[in-house]
Each structure stands twice: as structure tokens, then as C-alpha cells.
Design a protein around this ligand. Sequence first.
Ligand code: B12
Ligand code: SF4
Length: 486
Amino acid sequence: MRILFVKPDLPKCVIGGSEYSLSEPLEFEYLAATVPHHDVKLYDMRFGGDLQSKLSEYNPDAVCTTAMTINVYEARRILKKAKQFNPKILTMVGGYHPTVVPEDFNLNYIDIVVMGQAYFIFKKIIDYVEAGKSLEEIPALAFPSEGGLKYTKPKITYLDGLDELPLPDRNLTREYRKKYYVEYWQPAAMMRTSFGCLDRCTFCAIWKLTRGKFLTRSVDRIIEELDSINEKYLYLIDDNTIPIGQHERIENLIDAIKANGINKEYYTAMRTDSIVTYPHIIEKWAKVGLKRIFIGMEAHTDEKLNDYNKRTTHEINRKAVDIMHQNGIRVTASFLVDHNYTKDDFNRLFDYANQFNTDGIAYLILTPHPNADIWYRYQDQIKIFNYDLYDHFHTVFDTRMPKDEFYREYSKLWMKSYTPLTVAGLKRISKIFYHAPWAQVFLIGRVLTNIFGRFAENFKTKSLDIEDEFCYLENNRMPEAVVEEN
Ligand code: B12
Ligand code: SF4
């Protein structure tokens, strides 16, 4: 079969996508690796182009797309176009959103909605369709129909480990690889060494994907994949690279990286309590290439950290940043902005967040991702059901301040943090450029200009709460999610 994977473009109003990162579609590389006996092709719409001409050129038998919540409308458009182009094309969608709200894809131009981790399911679907066999015995599928989705059983499947998975097929992305970047690292590759998290933050959509388990890959398998990747810069997409009590695997991995002479630079996410518990691992890893780290500090008060069930404190966060800085690792600290913020809260957050002198800082608006605890908790307070706005840069709740003012203060947070308008901003920019290799100066400029551009624009329009032809409201409420909490 000829299978076309289509990575959707981002809605125009989404912030936080290509402004800072445009990375390889690992989901399709994994799926492609399970069907080596079929002809596969990728069309990454984030780089522009025209789907119609791709369809004519390749004439696929199946078109597969993926969707986070922000991709829902674009994913639908892709599959609709494919069906209109040739009604015989098998149209399929999977990913985070179809997993938790499959009903959003109950549309007559979609043949199959796939829920959960589809590594082995995908191969079966393709082989069964080719052989003309019924798909009913394959788990975790939903078939659109007028009376509602028809599900196969069980409704969702989970992984127990990651070692049985094939290595991602990076040939799929060969024509795009040089263009993928993570902030000012380009070309940058993406890879997973573990999946899931043992913590239970209320705003987080991730830990339920593995039923709360932390799944790991063996060191040998990780080294094998590292060896097969050409890029020097690696973004490890682990949700929490070193959970407390699970540190041995990373120590062994660091030893293996050293023993195998692997010369790469790493960027990953870690909890601050792990950093504080294992400073010696940070020191060791820094010596073999850990250069950058993303930490979710989330709040400027311990009370709010408790409310998010973050299980960290200001003191832990502060120590963690110190440890990273002592080891020459660049830190991006991320904070959640609450829709109930007043002007004073914005000012307090700015002062708090900027005291750590981190290279990167991110302010994400608290967003109720379908199936996260807060999605259930705040159901009756969710006011915007336009999925394009579920990007952490828009609020879908009513705000305490008038919306215009809220967004103005929000934009100011970013502007003040990344421009010489404030001492903190000036310090940050100087620090970023001072430590940057010459080759990255242009790329850093690009990220900063993008951030500045987006938020400066917001000063003009005075609101990020835009509705244009790409942002439209289809549902007046979200359907029930199917993933059960364990
Ligand atoms: C890496 C990552 C990114 C990368 C980009 C990834 C990419 N290439 O698009 C970066 C850092 C740029 C990013 C950005 C954002 N991200 Co992100 N990201 C992730 C992360 C950590 C891993 C995703 C991944 O690549 N997994 C690896 C692949 C192999 O797994 P997978 O995607 O789950 O795919 C499997 C199945 O879902 C299924 N599947 C997926 N697609 C399809 C399609 C078909 C046809 C089939 C059959 C199966 C299938 O099969 C795959 C194999 O089993 C997840 C968290 C997580 N642990 O999942 C968040 C996550 C997906 N991101 C999230 C969000 C919110 C964002 C942003 C909107 C945040 C922001 N504004 O900055 C932006 C959006 C911009 C964008 N899309 O480019 C949310 C999504 C929640 C939601 N409601 O949709 C998640 C869940 C994290 C969170 N915050 O809770 N992200
Ligand atoms: S926010 Fe981070 S630490 Fe909290 S549950 Fe999610 S992945 Fe784990």
C-alpha cells in the first residue's frame, strides 16, 4: 500500500509552535517503522505547500494524520480533502486528541479513529485492509457512523514497556531533517528514552497516557538509536528524565554514552526535586553533553504549587536552578499563568520568575487539556471550546481582569523578559548571546524576534482572543473523554 502521513500545519492563531520549535514527527517515524513492507511518504504541512498536489503526485491508498487538541480542525480538513480527492483512500487519525475525545472525529469522511499508542495496531490495520479482512478484532479503534462511533474492544491499549518498539524510521523525514529545530538548535533531532511520569500534577495531560507508569527503554536500545542519529543536537522528549528512585538507568546511560564515545548535545525535561536529589548525575551528564534543561517551576507561591499538586517548593526550585548553573547547563523555567490573575499577580510573577537568571523563561496560560484533572474540575468554568486556542497562550476561561487587560499584562510578561525594556530582559539577552557559539547567533535572533513579533503585535490588537477564519467554534461543549483514570 502507498501510505501518506500528513503532519498538520498549526492554526494561524497558535502561539508556541514554530516560534521556538519545529521538530520531527516522531509519531509517524515510529508508525512507518512498523510497516517496512509498505511504501510510505511524509508530507509535513508546517513547511507549506499544497496537499492537493501531494495527493495527485503520490496517489496514496491511505492518508494518516495526527492531532493534539490544537490540530483538530486542520486534521479534519486534511482527511476531508483526501476523501474528496479519492473516496477510496483510507483516512485515519490518531494522537493525543483522538485518544481522549474520539467523538470529535465522528465524521463521514474519516474511516478510522485510532486511540492510544498505535505501534502494533497500525501495522495490523494496514495489513488487514490490504488483505480485505475485518478490522473488528483490532483493539482501540473507533469507526465513525451516524449513530455515533463504533468501538472495538478494548477501547484503549497501553504500553507496558518500550523495548519491543522498533527504532523510528528516520528515512521518512530525510527531505526535512535539516529544517527541524528546537529553539536555536538546528538541525535538531528528537528521541524518547522513557515515557510517562510518576507524579500527578492536576494540569498535566501526560501521566494518564501510561496509566501513571514510568516506562523505560534499555540502555542498549537507546545507544543503538543514538548511534543511528546524524544530528548533533538532541531533544529528549521524556516527560521527566530522572524520576526519584529511577536514577540508575540514567547513570548507566551516561556511562554508556561515554564508553561508546557518543558526541552529542542534549536538551531534556526534568523535575526540580530530581535535580536536587541527584546533583551528582547532573554533574556527570553535563560532562557528556547535557547542555539544556526545561523545568516546570509553575508557580510563584508554595500554596499554588500545592494546588497544582506539583509536590515541589520554592526552595527545591531555587536549589535546582543553582545546581544546573553550577554545571554550566542552560535552564528554561516555565510558569503557569492563572486566568484569575490581577495586575499585581502579573507583576509578582515577573519579579519572582526573573530572580533566577535563567536563559529561558516561559509563561504558559493554565489550559484544561481534555482528560487532565483540571479539565474535569473546571468543566463548568470553561468558556471557550474553540480548540485552536488550547495552546497555553490563550485562556479558555473567563478572566478576573477584563480580557484585553489580561492579555496586555500577559504580553508584557514576555516582552519584559526578552527585551532590553527591563534589566532582567537585558540580562537574559546578554547571557544568551554571550554563551552562544557564533553559529547560533542568527538562530537565537530568530527565536527572539518571533517572540517579540507575536507579543508586540498583541500590543497593537490589544487582545490575543482573536477569531479569524482559522479559528472557529464548532462545539458548544466537549464530549466525554474515554480514558479512565487508574
Ligand atoms: C515532543 C512534544 C512536542 C514538540 C513537537 C512534537 C511534534 N513533532 O509535533 C514541541 C516541543 C514542539 C511541542 C510543542 C507543543 N506541544 Co507538545 N508534546 C510533546 C510530547 C512531549 C511528546 C510528543 C511525541 O512526539 N511523542 C512521541 C510519539 C511517538 O508519541 P505520540 O505522539 O503519542 O504518538 C503515538 C500515538 O499517539 C499514536 N499516534 C499519533 N498520531 C497518530 C496518527 C495515526 C494515524 C495513528 C494510527 C496513530 C497515531 O501512535 C504513536 C505511536 O504509538 C507530548 C507529551 C507526551 N509525552 O506525549 C507533548 C504534548 C503532545 N504537547 C502538548 C502541547 C499542548 C503542545 C503545545 C500546544 C504547547 C505550546 N504552546 O508550546 C505545542 C504545540 C506546537 C506544535 N504542535 O508544534 C500537549 C498536548 C495536549 C493536548 N491537549 O493536545 C502534550 C500532551 C503535553 C502536555 N502539555 O500535556 N510538543
Ligand atoms: S507536569 Fe511534569 S511532573 Fe507533573 S505530572 Fe506532568 S510530566 Fe509529571
